[in-house]
Design a protein. Structure first.
Length: 200
């Protein structure tokens, strides 16, 4: 909530915030705390997704050791619902599509918008590149819609939030008012572990 709120405040004009219909939660009123969100980088979007999938697998194994369940979501910025559904079919992964329920899956793909109404133990938002968040060339009056979608997706995380990019990070994240530690995916996930998934 602290990070999502700081991104809103740093990147929206006052008039956007004043006329907002978005429910902006006060971070001070949060009922729980979580790991510090982090921004991770990789060489390509394909690698970002592969690292995220491996993270979900490892987190699920850790949860299982503690006799807990784990549900994760990978939100892919910059792609249409149709494109994400087609990609989900190719990887045999569930895709959020507006239904107000989670099926029997443990990992879900989504665009930013479809995450609304859900909560996930681990939330990873990939493709947070400049020109994607926000999209290049959008008019100023449309800016609010995209930063709102990012805010909602970020606040779906219960335990862990990771933002990820593979080109030039979004200017929304490269702001002195936004405190966001940065690192490389390979610091946390062994690159050898994702090679098999990259072959398919």
């Amino acid at each position: 909530l602290e990070l999502a709120s700081s991104i809103l405040i740093a990147n929206l004009a006052d008039e956007h915030l004043e006329h907002s219909e978005l429910e902006i939660s006060d971070p001070e009123l949060a009922m729980r705390s979580s790991m510090i969100p982090i921004l991770l980088s990789s060489s390509t979007l394909e690698h970002e997704i592969a690292f995220a999938l491996e993270l979900m697998r490892e987190n699920a194994l850790e949860a299982e050791k503690k006799d807990r369940s784990h549900i994760g979501c990978i939100a892919i910025a910059g792609f249409t619902q149709f494109e994400i559904e087609e990609f989900g079919k190719s990887k045999d992964l569930h895709v959020l599509n507006g239904e107000k329920k989670l099926l029997d899956g443990k990992v879900f793909l989504s665009d930013l918008e479809q995450t609304k109404g859900f909560e996930f133990d681990t939330m990873v938002i990939v493709n947070c590149n400049e020109g994607i968040i926000p999209p290049s060339g959008i008019p100023n009056e449309e800016m609010y819609r995209f930063v709102s979608q990012l805010y909602v997706a970020m606040t779906r995380a219960k335990d862990q939030l990771i933002l990820s990019y593979s080109n030039h990070k979004s200017k929304w994240l490269d702001n002195q008012k936004v405190e966001l530690p940065e690192d490389d995916w390979t610091t946390f996930i062994d690159e050898e572990n994702i090679l098999a998934s990259l072959k398919y």
